[in-house]
Ligand binder design. Structure first.
Ligand code: CMP
Length: 140
């Protein structure tokens, strides 16, 4: 197994409910290190660009509105197999299908307000990290 980095976003439904610390504990307890973190308010243009791959999906407009409805916490998580590990810790996209003990099972409100985003593959992880972080901000 290789040490990887993945992009994580704690979404507005979770920052609104003051859940950043509880979610970070799930990452750390699950063996991942938070090697970069910043709380920001995304602009509409940034959210549209970040989720550009979903532009043609019926939920795109609502997703962008939701992602700019409050602050988000952008993070880089590092660890063995971090991309897959983070997806296990998050649970299924739809909280109705998420396993016990996962972030989405415990905290998500809906498939849209699902508390966290995580990169889905090495290529997207590299792109998503570079979208939000400069190299100098990543201290492993
Ligand atoms: P995320 O991992 O951030 O990637 C795209 C997001 O779109 C997803 O999590 C969900 O929050 C949101 N979304 C809203 N509706 C749907 C849907 N029907 N299928 C998949 N993702 C959806």
């Amino acid at each position: 197994m290789a040490v990887e980095r993945t992009l994580s976003i704690i979404k507005p439904d979770a920052t609104r409910r003051n859940l950043t610390g509880k979610i970070n504990a799930k990452f750390e307890d699950g063996g991942l290190r938070i090697v970069a973190q910043k709380r920001v308010q995304l602009s509409q243009a940034q959210a549209e660009q970040f989720y550009g791959v979903h532009r043609e999906r019926p939920f795109f407009k609502d997703l962008v509105s939701f992602m700019i409805s409050g602050p988000v916490v952008l993070q880089v998580l590092e660890g063995e197999n971090a991309i897959a590990r983070n997806r296990e810790i998050m649970g299924a996209t739809n909280p109705a299908n998420a396993a016990e003990g996962t972030i989405r099972k415990e905290f998500a409100e809906s498939i849209e307000a699902n508390s966290v985003h995580g990169s889905d593959a090495p290529e997207t992880a590299a792109q998503e990290i570079a979208f939000f972080f400069a190299g100098i901000e990543l201290v492993g």
